[in-house]
Design a protein. Structure first.
Length: 356
């Protein structure tokens, strides 16, 4: 049995029982009858075609709303040859940088008319990464943005849809992939140069996780900048990006009376360094200057407010999506590296050393 509503364009049946006893979803033909147009016109409206008079488009949309019509996205994807979806594979959702990059990717994708499908990788193992790529292939995506270290990608047998493309974020990938990244070396160089220009004889370094490409690039640039200026290169200390690991490094640095300046590979570890120096009675910045990296929103609320290297996560996300869509449309067939510039934000955690 069905419920029938009469209109000037004839009866329209809605809520008709299907073979499984449930209600039948309204079809394009139902919408066409209700709006008094052809099914082809309904199809054009559903697909966003500009070749429909505005008054007609509004009438069709009203009919869709009234009958609860939802376009079949799978059928539309088959007809267009794409899914309007970008897959995102990401390891370590807990870091501020990754979350801000993901937020920017989602916003840029939505602005371009794409959805995203996120698959977090719980552990950086070959099986986990392979499984994520395979799953994205099953979910039907047009491109993949991978926010993870490239050695994980190189160790996998990537199972992707034939038309899919890969953009890698924050990686030392070769020409096998398009890479979008912050200019890590430029940012670290800015931090070290700032401290040397203040008059510090050398700069100590708290590096990030040893397996991290970003940590390696920042540490290499720190070392190269000191050598270029003919300065002593202290042995670096390694953390794992957490404030706790920064605190442990800060405890050791506080015991070194010759330490007057520290470049820390991220802001969270810098927070730990500040706490350790404070507890040891080493005043920042009068006795020790500290520079971080990332410019997370909380840095202006540190005590003292932290001088840090600004990463433009929004721009990184925007360029990732732009690169993926350019590949989809055949506008970018050359893999390469797109580096987003950094800037130094000077606050109250840095000053000339005593006696200057």
């Amino acid at each position: 049995m069905s419920n029938t509503t009469s209109t000037s364009n004839g009866p329209v049946t809605s809520g008709e029982n299907g073979a499984d006893g449930g209600q039948r979803r309204p079809s394009m033909a139902d919408i066409a009858r209700r709006a008094g147009v052809s099914s082809q016109t309904v199809s054009r409206v559903a697909n966003g075609s500009p070749q429909v008079v505005e008054a007609t488009r509004l009438r069709v949309l009203a009919a869709m709303e009234e009958l609860g019509y939802r376009p079949n996205s799978a059928a539309r994807a088959l007809k267009r040859g794409d899914f309007r979806t970008i897959g995102v594979i990401m390891f370590n959702l807990s870091t501020t940088g990754n979350m801000r990059t993901l937020e920017a990717i989602a916003a840029s994708s939505a602005a371009a008319g794409y959805a995203i499908t996120l698959l977090p990788v719980a552990a950086p193992t070959r099986g986990q990464v392979e499984g994520a790529f395979t799953r994205l292939g099953e979910l039907a995506v047009d491109a993949v943005i991978a926010v993870m270290e490239v050695h994980l990608l190189d160790s996998t047998s990537m199972v992707l849809p034939p038309s899919a493309h890969v953009v890698v974020v924050d990686s030392d990938a070769d020409n096998s992939y398009t890479v979008v990244d912050t200019d890590q070396a430029d940012g670290a160089g800015r931090a070290v140069n700032h401290l040397l220009e203040l008059g510090h004889r050398t700069v100590h370094h708290v590096a990030g996780a040893e397996e991290s490409y970003a940590a390696q690039r920042r540490m290499s640039a720190w070392r190269e900048t000191l050598r270029r200026h003919g300065r002593e290169v202290p042995a670096p200390l390694h953390g794992d990006w957490s404030a706790d690991s920064g605190y442990a490094a800060g405890v050791r640095l506080a015991q070194d009376e010759g330490c007057t300046a520290v470049f820390v590979a991220n802001d969270q570890m810098a927070l730990g360094v500040l706490r350790a120096l404070h507890e040891a009675g080493r005043h920042v910045p009068n006795e020790v200057s500290v520079v971080g990296f990332d410019n997370i929103p909380e840095t202006s609320a540190y005590s003292p407010p932290l001088t840090t290297v600004h990463q433009d996560f929004a721009e990184v996300g925007r360029r990732c999506v732009e690169a993926a869509i350019s590949q989809l449309h055949g506008r970018d067939t050359q893999h390469g590296r797109d580096l987003v510039p950094t800037s130094l934000v000077v606050r109250q955690s840095t000053a000339p050393p005593r006696g200057r």
